[in-house]
Write a protein that binds this ligand. Structure first.
Ligand code: MG
Length: 389
């Protein structure tokens, strides 16, 4: 008999994305339940519906019976449907894809087009069927997957919580092995990033936190047209981290941190004085360098003549004052360019010495200034008045 498995690593990310004004996705990643709900409906009603689904799932305890997951979605369906009778919440609904690990299996409850995937040994497998118009057409052979990806009705779903007084819920099961990763996401990820890209991103490795962050970034860069939410859990036969035993989260205003995130936040708070001290020292150091740089002057050759350059002679010099002294004159003058950075007064004195002491004179202008015509004559040409016959 396979040994019982537990979620030993957990990560969740939810972002509004660059296009939408609100995040209508919600997620749950704690108390043994992984879930994503993608709300829909005007006037931010989608957020309400998604939150109701997540709240209902959050009430499912760690050791609750498997059936309670689907029951929680049925309760949410009734509540959302009733609330949708209010004028400002008319038409609201939500997808919901939720999973719990019991023994060595993953039990899912699923409605809509959010998805659950399994990552095992370098391969990604979808565990849920989308309840959408295009997915039904793909299943019946009317569309290919490639055609579905660009179909104008790809966002139309055929099943949602809140759409009707009752709802049919898919409850697939999946046997698990140690090391398996469960990924649940909204269509902000699966609609923008191909399964192949998702697999490549997970295969690139790193902790689940980093992978979830990369997936959300890729979705935002690829499309950015929708809210994107990713929840991931890695299972193993190791004892559960205590952090996973409590808490739950929903993106947006009501987000609460799972315990392990709270622990990390506490450790981040402990580091704050040290980080502040390092940043202060860094800022002081940069300020000092900038101050010294602004007061460093050097003589250097540039374009066949000598100029006074400003800036630390570590590649930061820039032209401050050309002298017009030909570089060839310096060879006769000995070694006037060495000596490194010096103050402006000294550099200018050296430059003046070069110009005058070495007998080099500022060249006269190439041509004498031309006397300008009087301003009135330059303003506008005098109009020609035709002679009167
Ligand atoms: Mg969506």
């Amino acid at each position: 008999m396979p040994s019982p498995l537990r979620i030993v690593e957990l990560a969740a990310r939810s972002e509004t994305g660059p296009t939408r004004e609100h995040n209508e996705d919600r997620y749950l990643a704690g108390n043994g339940v992984l879930a994503v709900a993608d709300g829909m409906g005007g006037a931010r009603a989608g957020e309400v519906a998604a939150q109701m689904a997540v709240d209902s799932l959050e009430a499912v305890g760690r050791d609750a019976a498997i059936e309670e997951l689907a029951d929680a979605l049925r309760r949410a369906n009734g509540d959302i449907h009733n609330a949708a009778s209010e004028p400002d919440k008319s038409g609201m609904g939500t997808t919901a894809t939720a999973g719990v690990v019991r023994g060595s299996s993953l039990f899912l409850a699923h409605v809509g087009d959010s998805r659950a995937y399994l990552w095992r040994d370098g391969a990604l497998e979808a565990l849920t069927d989308d309840h959408s118009v295009v997915a039904e057409m793909v299943r019946s052979g009317q569309l290919t997957k490639a055609e579905a990806a660009n179909h104008p009705h790809r966002n139309v779903i055929t099943r949602a919580l809140g759409a009707a007084p009752s709802v049919e819920i898919d409850t697939p099961e999946q046997g698990l092995l140690p090391g398996d990763v469960i990924l649940i996401c909204s269509d902000g990820l699966s609609g923008a990033v191909s399964d192949k890209q998702i697999a490549a991103t997970i295969a690139a490795g790193g902790g689940l936190d980093a992978i979830a962050e990369r997936l959300v970034s890729i979705a935002n860069e690829s499309s950015g047209a929708d809210n994107v939410t990713v929840v991931m859990g890695r299972v193993d036969d190791a004892p559960a981290a205590p952090a996973l035993s409590a808490g739950g989260g929903a993106a947006g205003g009501r987000r609460s941190l799972p315990v392990f995130e709270q622990a990390r936040a506490r450790s981040r708070r402990g580091l704050r004085p040290l980080v502040a001290a390092v940043l202060t020292l860094l800022a002081l150091g940069l300020g000092a360098v900038a101050w010294i740089d602004s007061r460093s002057f050097t003589l250097r050759e540039s374009g066949g003549t000598i100029e006074v350059a400003r800036g630390l002679p570590i590649g930061l010099e820039r032209t401050w004052q050309p002298t017009g002294v030909p570089a060839s004159a310096l060879e006769e003058a000995g070694d006037p360019l060495t000596g490194g950075a010096r103050g402006r007064g000294e550099a200018v004195r050296d430059a003046v010495d070069l110009i005058w002491t070495r007998g080099i004179t500022i060249p006269e202008p190439l041509s004498a200034p031309t006397e300008l015509p009087p301003p009135a004559a330059r303003a506008t040409p005098t109009p020609t008045v035709p002679e009167q016959p």
